[in-house]
Design a binder for this molecule. Structure first.
Ligand SMILES: [Zn+2]
Length: 70
């Protein structure tokens, strides 16, 4: 049995040493289970949350603030 190969969220390189893999986050799936986000031990503190959902929510809030009759 082989361990699953993880990819670092920060540098996108495969994490070849299982002892070097750090689980930094968990993303929920739209249908079914989600998945873990991994990073190299040296890169774990550099992984930022996914900014895309925050940008979408910010655009919606700005649109609603300027279009009150919609
Ligand atoms: Zn890395």
């Amino acid at each position: 049995m082989t361990a699953a190969l993880h990819v670092c969220r920060h540098c996108d390189d495969p994490i070849t040493d299982p002892d070097d893999a750090v689980e930094v986050a968990y993303e929920h799936g739209n249908s079914g289970p989600g998945w873990s986000i991994w990073a190299h031990r040296a890169h774990a503190h550099l992984v930022e949350p996914d900014p895309v959902p925050l940008l979408i929510l910010a655009r919606l809030a700005a649109f609603k603030a300027t279009h009150r009759d919609v």
